[in-house]
Design a protein around this ligand. Structure first.
Ligand SMILES: Cc1cc2nc3c(=O)[nH]c(=O)nc-3n(C[C@H](O)[C@H](O)[C@H](O)COP(=O)(O)OP(=O)(O)OC[C@H]3O[C@@H](n4cnc5c(N)ncnc54)[C@H](O)[C@@H]3O)c2cc1C
Length: 409
């Protein structure tokens, strides 16, 4: 299939090309091939520096059973620890918190794409994506160095942006996690610890532990900060060691593998339509919720909406988060960044005072304006209002590019 090609003779022609086979690309591709409509080509980078390492994706939803085959674990109860050691355990039923591993999701989606007569997976590096008459063109470099030209009526591009767009506030959610095995049973697999504020707080931003128990003696234990700059690997290791030994008191344990990452928390505007036939999806298209970093659920909603739009003959990627959700997040990010509100107090306060199912829908951007008004009244109203008033006068500026920081070891 790989050969020197020119724009007049594309190597592959399909209805839809999806560039990047991560969370958003895989989600959209597997959804489109499940409908009877388009032919879909998914372009994913070959193994190498561009390819994202294995990750854990968590989200909450009801009993849709949609990804049951690849969900590694799920929890019906969630716990928050406040800085003083108090704990709030909530049951957000009918929602459950679910975890899947990116490699399982990839294999599952690849199998569905491969089974579909209209589905095709191309392992190549996409170099350029551009409009051409009647559609768009993606030029790629194959692993053997040959070029490959793909044409389609619509292209959805999920490649990470080289730089984040200008923002008034840009924080990073940065973390490192250990998959640990303890010598004795230390975990309760029925409860996930979403935010554990017993960890020492940084001078700027906030920090918390995160524990996803997989068995009585196995868990993913993470140390996370919302702040401006990622830590060095040594600093994450020290924070994780302190959390595991001094706070969780895990006793003897081994670290089986690790994952590390940086997720942008920004009020930047992410253009979605970048050509007549080209749209951005996923984090590159603004699907990451600024105030939480959660992306996976928004990506599912966006994929469903794109599939429905294509069925109706439209091809736009709808906005992943409503304008008012982004406006609320911009206020929260600025209030956290300026230190006007106390992060641990803010999040524990919400879990204490808002019904859990409503709160999780809120964090997913699925609440009504009326529900959001009620939730807003349970936040520190003075500092939030002051921040809301000053925001329109603040310029958007370019912030230093975050290091991707993703690694496994
Ligand atoms: C370690 C980590 C853990 C996370 N955990 C969660 C979580 O629990 N819940 C949640 O909601 N969000 C989570 N996120 C945030 C978000 O869900 C993920 O970053 C998610 O992977 C974003 O999906 P995406 O499709 O936008 O990007 P990606 O999943 O990164 O996909 C981009 C794809 O493009 C490919 N690519 C790059 N360049 C090229 C090229 N030139 N040609 C072809 N392909 C290319 C890459 O190989 C990659 O597969 C996490 C992020 C990280 C980093």
């Amino acid at each position: 299939m790989t050969r020197r090609s020119n724009a007049l003779a594309p190597d592959v022609v399909s209805d839809v090309i999806i560039v990047g086979g991560g969370a958003s690309g895989l989600s959209l591709a597997q959804r489109l091939v499940a409908t009877d409509s388009p032919t879909v080509t998914l372009v994913e980078a070959p193994d190498g520096p561009l390819r994202a390492p294995e990750r854990t994706w968590c989200y909450w939803d009801g009993d849709t059973g949609e990804f049951d085959e690849v969900v590694t674990a799920s929890w019906s109860r969630l716990r928050i620890h406040d800085a003083d050691g108090g704990a709030i355990t909530v049951d957000p039923s009918p929602l459950r918190y679910r975890m899947l591993r990116s490699t399982d999701f990839e294999q599952w989606a690849y199998a569905r794409i491969a089974r579909s007569p209209g589905g095709r997976i191309v392992r190549a590096t996409a170099d350029t994506v551009r409009d051409i008459p009647g559609g768009a063109e993606v030029r790629c470099t194959a692993p053997d160095g040959g070029t490959l030209t793909l044409h389609a009526r619509h292209v959805f591009d999920s490649r990470p942006l080289p730089a984040l767009p200008p923002a008034r506030t840009q924080l990073l959610q940065h973390f490192r996690g250990w998959f640990v095995r303890t010598d004795t049973d230390r975990f309760d697999p029925s409860v996930a610890d979403l935010m554990d504020f017993r960890v020492p707080q940084p001078r700027h931003g906030l920090a918390f532990g995160y524990v996803l128990p997989l068995a009585p003696d196995r868990a993913l234990v993470e140390y996370t900060e919302f702040s401006r700059t990622p830590l060095t690997r040594a600093a994450y290791e020290a924070a994780l060691g302190h959390y595991s030994r001094e706070i969780l008191k895990l006793g003897a344990f081994t670290v089986e593998t690790a994952e590390q990452g940086v997720i942008p928390m920004t009020d930047a505007r992410f253009p979605r339509r970048i050509g007549a036939a080209v749209s951005r999806i996923g984090t590159a298209g603004g699907a990451t919720r600024p105030a939480t970093g959660y992306t996976f659920a928004a990506v599912q909603r966006q994929s469903r909406a794109i599939a429905a739009a294509l069925r109706d003959g439209r091809a736009s990627a709808p906005r992943p988060h409503a304008r008012r959700v982004l406006a609320m997040d911009a206020i929260l990010l600025r209030a956290l960044d300026t230190g006007r509100i106390d992060g641990p107090g803010f999040f524990t306060g919400l879990f204490r005072s808002v019904p859990p199912e409503r709160l999780l829908r809120f964090l997913d951007g699925r609440t009504s304006p009326w529900e959001e008004w009620g939730i807003g009244l349970r936040t520190p109203v003075g500092p939030m209002l002051r921040t809301a008033v000053e925001l329109p006068f603040l310029p958007r500026r370019t912030h230093p590019a975050p290091r991707s920081g993703e690694s496994h070891r």
